[in-house]
Write a protein that binds this ligand. Structure first.
Ligand code: TGC
Ligand code: FAD
Length: 403
């Protein structure tokens, strides 16, 4: 097909127009407001200068780069959507862009920010008393207090309605018993937002780390999200005062509405991981010479790269529309399920395909695809597995609950 196989030309020269950015094929950046673009550029700079230089080593050493927390806080990335309480008060699209840039670095860094912002600060902001908000939110925005979110239990995370962790009243206090599993930030958190069954239904408890009877143990030997902390939480007759119970919500919709916030961020975040993989493949395939020509000069390689650009572009447009719906107040959980499913699947498929096109080098940490690929195996599982989101959309379409 190509007559000049192996001769790389600037894209603009071939199309006769301005060069198209391979990572922003439909110029989504041009559809952003000045403020949104500024947010994206600031986070991109942070990722380039602070995350990328250390992340490979962190992943290899199974270490969360704790030293980055003050830098994330300084830029206003913790609880960025919250108004007041020392938070940045940014819109939903900006939060999405923050997640996208952070996950271009590593899913573990985006996970940290997702959990702190959407799963801990959000429920305190949405369902907490004024006293709880004043007590926790400013410290969490400053990165001085790290939070975790305990919903999943060892016997099965997809069906949180069947939770065993429970709390019973004792005088003016509550007594909490049970266990949570796979909890991001669990063993580095000063505050755990814990969801437990009570005689009234599921309620949210704010458990401080030094509460007697509370323990957090890090889960080791992970092959995924190695630059993120994951832990089990254990509650043995932990006394929680009434002042530490979230007063504003009872029932599963409490934790599920937090998940809607975090899943929204993930839908954007994984685009960054896919972009990082495509970027590394564009560079590699241009310089790897096989059969006397660059790898990029082969038709099947170009088809695979083109397919990645197609899927990333679709995901970007989907995320932007989702963000505009969020900011307009028309977002529903099923909208988020479709984006979480589509975009995680897109990113994981791209990471796996990039890993393959790197050949043997693809298994080396020197190239980012395998790190992103291994991370994305978690990202497609947590915050609702692919099946959970498919069934959520199926229920929306048919009106029949197949769970
Ligand atoms: P269902 O009857 O559907 O709903 C119960 C109540 O909740 C409401 N609701 C939602 N509200 C807000 N957002 C959502 N996404 C909601 N989904 C449902 C619903 O309207 C109802 O309200 P009401 O007023 O009628 O009581 O509940 P179900 O038991 O049938 O379950 C539905 C299902 C399966 C979708 C749900 O259980 C589910 O999403 N399961 C997956 C669990 C999950 O995603 N866990 C994630 C744990 S956290 C995590 O993974 C963090 S990773 C963090 C990181 O490192 O980034
Ligand atoms: P299960 O629920 O046991 O599911 C097993 C399999 O069954 C899956 O393939 C699932 O899709 C499938 N399945 C389930 N129901 C059906 C059905 N009706 N029909 C067909 N198939 C079905 N949780 C938190 O609460 N807080 C956190 O901070 C957190 N962080 C995490 C970090 C990491 C790195 C990981 C891996 C997980 C984290 N999780 C967290 C837990 C995560 O949300 C759960 O792993 C996830 O919800 C799935 O639950 P499970 O692992 O118990 O799998």
């Amino acid at each position: 097909m190509a007559t000049a196989a192996g001769t790389a030309k600037p894209a603009a020269a071939k199309s006769g127009g301005a060069a198209i950015d391979p990572l922003d094929f439909y110029a989504v950046r041009a559809a952003l407001s000045d403020e949104e673009r500024l947010v994206q550029e600031s986070v991109a700079r942070l990722v380039d200068t602070e995350v990328l230089p250390v992340i490979r080593q962190c992943f290899e050493q199974h270490r969360f780069p704790h030293e980055l927390v003050p830098k994330l806080a300084e830029l206003g990335l913790l609880g960025s959507s919250i108004q007041g309480y020392e938070c940045a008060g940014l819109n939903g699209v900006s939060y999405g862009l923050i997640c996208q840039e952070l996950e271009r670095g590593d899913s573990g860094i985006r996970s940290f920010v997702s959990v702190q912002s959407s799963l801990c600060m959000y429920p305190i902001y949405a369902f907490g008393s004024e006293e709880q908000k004043q007590r926790y939110l400013p410290r969490m925005a400053r990165g001085e207090l790290i939070g975790c979110f305990g919903l999943t239990e060892p016997h099965g995370g997809s069906d949180p309605a069947n939770m065993k962790t429970h709390a019973k009243r004792r005088g003016g206090d509550w007594v909490l018993n049970g266990a949570k599993m796979w909890i991001t930030n669990g063993s580095i958190a000063g505050l755990a937002v814990v969801w437990a069954m009570t005689p009234d239904g599921i309620r949210g408890f704010l458990v401080e780390k030094d509460s007697p009877g509370f323990a957090a143990r890090e889960i080791e030997h992970k092959f995924s999200l190695r630059a993120s902390v994951t832990a089990g939480l254990f509650f043995d007759n932990v006394v929680v005062p009434e002042s530490h119970v979230l007063p504003g919500v009872v029932g599963l919709k409490g934790p599920l509405s937090c998940l809607t916030q975090a899943r929204y961020g993930i839908s954007w975040g994984v685009i960054g991981a896919a972009q990082a993989c495509l970027r590394s493949l564009l560079d590699y395939s241009a310089t790897r010479t096989l059969f006397g020509r660059p790898l990029a000069a082969n038709q099947t390689i170009q088809v695979r790269l083109a397919d990645m650009a197609r899927h990333i572009t679709t995901a970007q447009l989907l995320a932007l529309q989702l963000g505009r719906m969020k900011d307009a107040g028309t977002l529903q959980p099923a909208h988020v399920s479709l984006a979480k499913w589509n975009n995680c699947r897109m990113a994981l498929d791209i990471a796996r395909d990039c890993r393959d096109m790197l050949g043997g080098a693809g298994i080396s940490a020197e190239y980012p695809p395998i790190r992103h690929m291994l991370n994305l195996e978690s990202v497609i599982t947590y915050e609702g597995t692919e099946t959970i989101h498919q069934l959520t959309i199926g229920r929306e379409l048919t009106g029949i609950n197949a769970f």
